[in-house]
Write a protein that binds this ligand. Structure first.
Ligand SMILES: *[C@@H]1O[C@H](CO)[C@@H](O)[C@H](O)[C@H]1NC(C)=O
Ligand SMILES: *[C@@H]1O[C@H](CO)[C@@H](O)[C@H](O)[C@H]1NC(C)=O
Ligand SMILES: *[C@@H]1O[C@H](CO)[C@@H](O)[C@H](O)[C@H]1NC(C)=O
Ligand SMILES: *[C@@H]1O[C@H](CO)[C@@H](O)[C@H](O)[C@H]1NC(C)=O
Ligand SMILES: *[C@@H]1O[C@H](CO)[C@@H](O)[C@H](O)[C@H]1NC(C)=O
Ligand SMILES: *[C@@H]1O[C@H](CO)[C@@H](O)[C@H](O)[C@H]1NC(C)=O
Length: 638
């Protein structure tokens, strides 16, 4: 089989396959091979039955050769997730617990598909081992296949296409599979990719059935004396071409509206730090400080809420203050109660100051649980007889300590374009307490294909913030109370370009981190990425409104999956709710799940969005947009 040759012979239609041959190219190939056979058939018409039994067998073996080739190519094309059920329709049926008209149509489609594929299998058996059967058996089978009866292949095939291309069927498929549609999370593919896979499966069945019909006529022609069946064969070929063209034009129509988005769905309830999510740590913490330590003059004259933006001054003789790590930026203090019991956290240097705080009035800040450190009781005391020195509950911007994890990488990352690599996936990772948006790269091949063996995650740059040649504000950004905004935006490459990198820059006017996407022109036919000039930088300079996260709990406490998705806004990293979490965490968290297509594809865009539920801080997550193949779908037969 010359599949490598085939790879370069037909470049009309693109699919997500390793070799460039696609089902629609295969369709052309099959039709050509078969019309060659039709020509040969006619040479046999004059020869008498007994003389050419060997030649008859040879003819059938040629058909078998075509079938073997078809099977091999189809095997290559359907390589998505080998461990999974290959058939997308049966996967959908298994996962969809529905009972409606659409679902029953899907079931019918699957059933017809199974019948047709079985006919094909049986046909292969007869043509391969034709010498083991007498002509009666062969012709009987051929009659069953090609007769006009309800269960014959042509009738079933017509019915299949009627259902697939019929009113509403594909609209519903797209509806259920669109992002936020009920089936979207089952497949790690964009709606456009799934649609394409579905159509490929239908076309696979169509090719196989065409071969079955054709082989049936061939058998009838050489083993019966009922004529040469040339007309019927050509008719079958015409029908096949017409169906293929219809399928492509329908595909094209729907592909234009199908979403390209691939994002990950929540893996409830298995939140695992570092694996499924990340956090900004030691950035903002609820902190308890006595008024006396907040006042430059060491006085208790003012109320807590007078201290909206100050710092820890001299601890004096306040024992509590001396035990606490000093805070250089104290924000938004408020009075909570005259007495409280504090359970300091063991993870003081890694994530929180307190596990919980129980107030004298019974209210608990955070979640009360057995305290494995010493509980400290704090009480308002009197200073100068009449000033009450109460403990305030404030927010601490921990600043830049060696144990903080509030840095975001700003060094741009680009795929290795010298090896023709492009971006195929994204995820947030943490390295040396710095959050990186990591890229997955894969080698671009002709026709928008990615070399599966080349796909890899690019290691983040290995540096930490103590290294002098890496500068805050240039190489990375350390979040601070004043500069803690992140833009939530989708950025698309312009047509003819492909995503090769990502990065963040700090917008100095708005004090927010802006997503940048690097793209490069490429030649679709050759798969060559333009290497010479610098990458094109795409970004959005528009600022949407702020996504408000007020008094929210940490997202990992949510027991239901995210149902709110936000983009075209900006979000400020902020503290978790005082009541729910003693303000000890920074929200939103970051989703750490890798975002990649089940079948790696080049990207037409990249986004950062927020997902969550009311009352919870949610996650910031990346998403990708698969390459838009719409413009490369062409009719293969004219
Ligand atoms: C052909 O084979 C079938 C099954 O093996 C048998 O029943 C039938 O009699 C055979 N017919 C002829 C004409 O040999
Ligand atoms: C096939 O049969 C038809 C009708 O019997 C005849 O007109 C035609 O010439 C035949 N075709 C070939 C190629 O022999
Ligand atoms: C050709 O195919 C069409 C569609 O299946 C069918 O209606 C028609 O009867 C066929 N014509 C011949 C001559 O077989
Ligand atoms: C894909 O490309 C087609 C043709 O240019 C366009 O109409 C369609 O809107 C694009 N799809 C998306 C999701 O951008
Ligand atoms: C501190 O004391 C000085 C002198 O008594 C006074 O001028 C100043 O306003 C006080 N500062 C504050 C912040 O209360
Ligand atoms: C892509 O490359 C092919 C082969 O080198 C060339 O014929 C074609 O013009 C190129 N297309 C574009 C858009 O540059």
């Amino acid at each position: 089989m010359q599949s490598s040759l085939l790879c370069f012979l037909f470049i009309t239609f693109v699919s997500f396959v390793s070799c460039s041959i696609t089902l629609f190219e295969l369709s052309v190939k099959v039709t050509n091979a078969i019309s060659e056979n039709v020509a040969n058939v006619n040479e046999f018409t004059k020869v008498t039955d007994t003389d050419n039994s060997k030649q008859k067998l040879l003819l059938l073996l040629k058909l078998d050769g075509i079938a073997v080739e078809i099977d091999e190519i189809i095997g290559q094309i359907q390589r998505i997730d080998k461990d999974k059920d290959l058939n997308i329709i049966s996967r959908l049926l298994k996962k969809l617990a529905m009972n409606n008209k659409w679902h029953s149509t899907l079931k019918d489609i699957r059933m017809i598909q199974t019948y047709l594929n079985d006919y094909y299998k049986e046909m292969k058996k007869y043509i391969r081992d034709a010498d083991e059967y007498n002509s009666t058996v062969l012709v009987d089978f051929a009659d069953k296949v090609a007769s006009g009866s309800k269960n014959s292949v042509p009738s079933l095939l017509n019915l299949l296409f009627e259902k697939v291309l019929g009113k509403d069927f594909l609209e519903n498929l797209l509806k259920y599979l669109k992002p936020n549609g009920i089936c979207y999370c089952q497949e790690k593919q964009s709606t456009a990719e799934i649609l394409h896979t579905f159509m490929n499966e239908i076309q696979t069945t169509s090719i196989k059935s065409f071969v079955s019909i054709y082989a049936a006529y061939m058998i009838k022609h050489i083993y019966s004396d009922k004529g040469n069946f040339t007309k019927a064969m050509l008719n079958a070929s015409d029908n096949f071409q017409r169906r293929t063209n219809n399928l492509i034009s329908t595909l094209k129509t729907h592909m234009a509206t199908a979403s390209l988005e691939v994002r990950r769905c929540d893996l409830l309830p298995n939140h695992i730090y570092g694996e499924t999510y990340l956090e900004i740590k030691n950035f903002l913490h609820g902190i308890i400080i006595n008024k006396v330590n907040l006042d430059p003059n060491g006085s208790c004259k003012k109320e807590c809420n007078a201290y909206s933006y100050t710092k820890h001054y001299n601890c004096g003789s306040n024992e509590w203050c001396r035990k606490e790590a000093m805070c250089s930026k104290v924000i938004g203090c408020q009075y909570v109660d005259s007495s409280m019991e504090v359970c300091p956290s063991k993870m003081h240097k890694t994530s929180r100051r307190y596990e919980y705080v129980k107030l004298g009035n019974g209210r608990v800040l955070g979640k009360e649980k057995p305290c494995d450190t010493d509980i400290t009781s704090l009480e308002t005391y009197r200073n100068w007889v009449f000033w009450k020195c109460s403990y305030c509950f404030c927010l601490c911007d921990e600043g830049r300590k060696f144990y903080t994890q509030n840095h975001i990488n700003m060094r741009p990352v680009e795929s290795n374009i010298h090896r023709n690599m492009v971006v195929t996936g994204l995820r947030f990772i943490e390295h040396n307490h710095i959050i990186h948006l990591q890229i997955q790269e894969g080698k671009l091949l002709p026709n928008g294909q990615i070399d599966l063996n080349s796909v890899q995650w690019l290691a983040p740059e290995d540096y930490d913030i103590t290294q002098r040649n890496y500068v805050n504000g240039k190489d990375y950004h350390t979040l601070s109370w004043e500069k803690r905004s992140l833009q939530l935006v989708d950025i698309m490459a312009k047509q003819g370009n492909i995503v090769t990198g990502v990065g963040f820059v700090l917008d100095k006017f708005r004090n927010h981190l802006r997503l940048q996407v690097f793209t490069r022109p490429f030649n679709f036919t050759t798969g060559e990425v333009t290497k010479t000039s610098k990458a094109v930088v795409e970004a959005s300079y528009e600022v949407g409104p702020q996504l408000k996260l007020d008094a929210v709990d940490i997202p990992t406490n949510a027991i239901f999956p995210s149902n709110q998705f936000e983009t075209n806004k900006f979000v400020k990293f902020t503290n978790s709710d005082f009541e729910k979490d003693a303000g000890q965490s920074t929200v939103p968290f970051l989703d750490a799940l890798p975002v990649e297509s089940a079948n790696p594809v080049p990207l037409s865009g990249v986004g950062i969005f927020h997902k969550g539920r009311l009352g919870f801080g949610g996650f910031i997550a990346p998403r990708i947009f698969t390459y838009n193949f719409t413009n490369h779908l062409e009719s293969v037969f004219f």
